[in-house]
Design a protein around this ligand. Structure first.
Ligand SMILES: [Zn+2]
Length: 349
C-alpha cells in the first residue's frame, strides 16, 4: 500500500515537476535521434620545398629544391602533385591537411606541427630526386623508422605498379632516420622520379604523369590503411540517411522579351535587305577591279607576315632570356642556401 501511495504521489506531481523544470531551463537528457556524422580520417600531404627569392627581403629563405636542365623546379612539381592528391583523397571522404598550399617557404618543424595538430593518421611528403649522373632514375620511398616501413612499402609498391610501365623504375624503400623524426604517425617521403634525368624530367613536366603519380600515392595510402575505405562508406551511408536529395530545378518559363525578339520587325527586314545590297555591290566591285585588289592584298599580306614574325621572334627570345635569368637566380640562391643551411638541417635544431 505504501508503495502504491508513493507511485500515485509521483504521478500526481509529474506535470508540476516538468513545468518547473521547463521554466528553469533544466534540460532532461533525451536519447539523440540523429547520430553524429562519422569523423573523416585526416591525411597530411607535404609538398616539398617552396618559396621565391624576395629582393626586398634578401635574408628571407627560399628553397626551389632540385632544378631540371629544362628549368623545371622541384617545388612546382611537388605542389601540383600535392594538390592533385588532396583532390583525390577528398573524393574518398578523407580530410587532407596540406603543409604548404602556395609557393611559400615553410620550415620543417612547422610542417610537422601542422600535421600533428590536425591529428593526421598518415604523413606523405612529396619530392623529386636529383643526382650528378643524369642516367640515374626511378622512384624511391624513404621512411624515418621501422613503424613507418609498411606504409612506405605500400606507397613504393603502388608507385612501381603505376609508373613502371612508363619507364620509371621501382627503387624500393630506404631508411632515412633523420627526416620527420618528430612525426608520431606513419610517415613516408616519396621521391617520385629524377629531375636530373632528362627523360624523367620531361615526364614530371606533364599533367598526365602528375595525375598518375597522385593516383598511385592515393592507392598506396588507401592500400596501407583500409580504414579509409571503410570510413568513406560509413560517411556516404550517413549522408544518404540524413540529407534529402537536392530539389529539382524548376523549368524557367520563356520570357516574353526573348519570344518577342524572334518576331521579325520592319526595322530588321530593312537591315537584312541593306546587307544583301552591300554584299552584291562589294562582289561586283571585286570583279571589276580584281587586278589592283589582288596586288594590294598581296602587299598588305606580306607586310603583316613580316611584322608578326619580328614581333613573335622578339617576344619568344625575350621569354627565353627571362626564364634563363630566373633559373640562374634560383640556382645561385640555392647554392648559397644549401651551403649555409640545408632545409633538412632544421630537424636537428
Ligand atoms: Zn626534395
Amino acid at each position: 500500500m505504501r508503495l502504491r501511495a508513493r507511485l500515485l504521489h509521483i504521478l500526481a506531481f509529474a506535470p508540476v515537476t516538468a513545468a518547473v523544470a521547463g521554466a528553469l531551463g533544466v534540460t532532461v537528457p533525451v536519447r539523440a535521434g540523429t547520430p553524429a556524422a562519422p569523423r573523416p580520417i585526416v591525411v597530411a600531404i607535404d609538398p616539398g620545398h617552396g618559396g621565391l627569392p624576395d629582393a626586398a627581403h634578401p635574408a628571407q629563405p627560399f628553397d626551389p629544391g632540385a632544378i631540371a636542365a629544362s628549368g623545371l623546379l622541384e617545388k612546382d612539381v611537388t605542389l601540383d602533385v600535392g594538390r592533385r592528391l588532396a583532390a583525390l583523397l577528398r573524393q574518398d571522404m578523407v580530410t587532407p591537411v596540406v603543409t604548404r598550399t602556395g609557393d611559400d617557404w615553410v620550415d620543417i618543424p612547422t610542417r610537422e606541427r601542422n600535421a600533428i595538430d590536425a591529428h593526421a593518421a598518415l604523413f606523405i611528403s612529396i619530392h623529386c630526386n636529383s643526382f650528378s649522373d643524369p642516367a640515374a632514375g626511378g622512384s624511391l620511398v624513404l621512411y624515418p623508422g621501422p613503424q613507418s616501413l609498411p606504409f612506405a612499402q605500400s606507397v613504393s609498391d603502388l608507385l612501381g605498379r603505376d609508373l613502371g610501365p612508363g619507364g620509371v623504375g621501382d627503387d624500393g624503400v630506404q631508411l632515412r632516420d633523420n627526416w620527420w623524426i618528430h612525426n608520431p604517425m606513419p610517415t613516408a617521403t616519396a621521391e617520385i622520379a629524377y629531375l636530373s634525368n632528362p627523360r624523367e624530367a620531361a615526364l614530371l613536366a606533364s599533367a598526365e604523369f602528375r595525375e598518375q603519380v597522385a593516383t598511385a600515392l592515393r592507392d598506396g595510402i588507401e592500400h596501407y590503411d583500409p580504414d579509409i575505405a571503410a570510413r568513406r562508406d560509413q560517411i556516404l551511408a550517413w549522408q544518404r540517411m540524413h540529407h534529402a536529395a537536392p530539389p529539382r530545378q524548376a523549368r524557367v518559363p520563356q520570357s516574353s522579351r526573348s519570344a518577342a525578339a524572334r518576331v521579325p520587325t520592319a526595322g530588321s527586314v530593312f537591315r537584312t535587305v541593306l546587307a544583301w545590297i552591300a554584299g552584291v555591290v562589294a562582289a561586283a566591285a571585286l570583279v571589276r577591279w580584281r587586278e589592283p585588289v589582288t596586288h594590294v592584298t598581296v602587299i598588305a599580306g606580306s607586310i603583316t607576315v613580316r611584322v608578326l614574325q619580328g614581333t613573335l621572334f622578339r617576344r619568344w627570345s625575350g621569354r627565353r632570356r627571362r626564364r634563363r635569368a630566373r633559373v640562374e637566380v634560383l640556382v645561385r640562391g640555392r647554392q648559397r642556401w644549401t651551403r649555409t643551411h640545408s632545409v633538412y638541417d632544421e630537424l636537428f635544431l
